[in-house]
Write a protein that binds this ligand. Structure first.
Ligand SMILES: C[S@@+](CC[C@H](N)C(=O)[O-])C[C@H]1O[C@@H](n2cnc3c(N)ncnc32)[C@H](O)[C@@H]1O
Length: 244
């Protein structure tokens, strides 16, 4: 198990897609399991009609999680995230790809997005989603990479105009706030994932030509406040901007 994936997950072997199952297991270091043997796991990655999905084996009432690849229509940059990233940015690294919602939104705003994710399970789901997007649309520019963004300089020769980070939110929300199921699952996998956010931000600042944008809940303090240039505040979240 990786340092990030706290829940136990495997790839379910399917004879229809045996080569792809083996590849996912090998690429992401996840055990390959037959349906009859996967009881010891909490989650299973399965290929269903060509789509990679994450199923909760302990509670089958939950819908599987996968990266949605619709809609792909263009959206304006005149929203809070678009304004935080800015008009002069062309290339952007989403250094915390997670479930892929923000990276898809950024790509739909016309940015060239490279997504990095270090959780093997979520990196596999992102890679599958990105592949499906690229198969149906040549208009969006998205690449994905399974790696730890703290070590971004090892993976790319060129810097990005901007780096976008959405680290796990610190605990502190009111318990009455209902969290969407995919986010609960993400939290289960990446439990103690926010201990190295300063290191992550420092690496991002070193690898962004223009700016780093960090999504934070309004109740949380900024990371590296001394380095913060400005913030754009929404109803629940804000974007902290670090000019480089
Ligand atoms: C809150 S989620 C991001 C959600 C994402 N913005 C979305 O739209 O779905 C945080 C994600 O960042 C990933 N992460 C945290 N630190 C990372 C790092 N150093 N390198 C790569 N991924 C990281 C976690 O594994 C987790 O999947």
């Amino acid at each position: 198990m990786s340092i990030t994936d706290c829940a136990k997950a495997c790839v379910r072997y399917s004879s229809e897609d045996d080569e792809r199952c083996r590849q996912i297991s090998e690429n992401y270091g996840l055990p390959l399991s037959y349906e009859t043997d996967d009881r010891e796991y909490d989650y299973v990655l399965t290929i269903e009609n060509g789509v990679l999905k994450l199923r909760d084996l302990r509670n089958r009432k939950y819908r599987p999680i996968y990266m949605p690849v619709q809609p792909l229509t263009r959206v304006s940059r005149n929203c809070l995230l678009g304004r935080a990233v800015g008009k002069k940015v062309a290339t952007i690294l989403d250094g915390t790809a997670g479930l892929g919602s923000d990276l898809l939104l950024l790509a739909r705003m016309g940015y060239q997005v490279t997504a990095m994710e270090r959780s093997p399970v979520f990196a596999a789901l992102i890679a599958d989603g990105v592949e499906r997007i690229n198969a149906i649309s040549a208009k969006l520019s998205i690449k994905s990479c399974f790696a730890d963004t703290r070590y971004v300089s090892r993976y790319f020769d060129e810097k990005f105009d901007a780096v976008y980070l959405d680290p796990m939110f610190p605990e502190g929300r009111k318990s009455s706030v209902k969290v969407a199921r995919p986010l609960t699952v993400l939290r289960e996998f990446c439990k103690d994932d926010d201990s190295d956010t300063e290191e992550l931000l420092a690496a991002a600042i070193g690898w962004a030509e223009k700016r780093v944008v960090v999504k934070r809940p309004n109740f949380a303090r900024p990371i590296m406040p001394d380095r913060l240039s400005m913030s754009m505040r929404g109803k629940l979240v804000r974007y902290d901007i670090y000019l480089t």
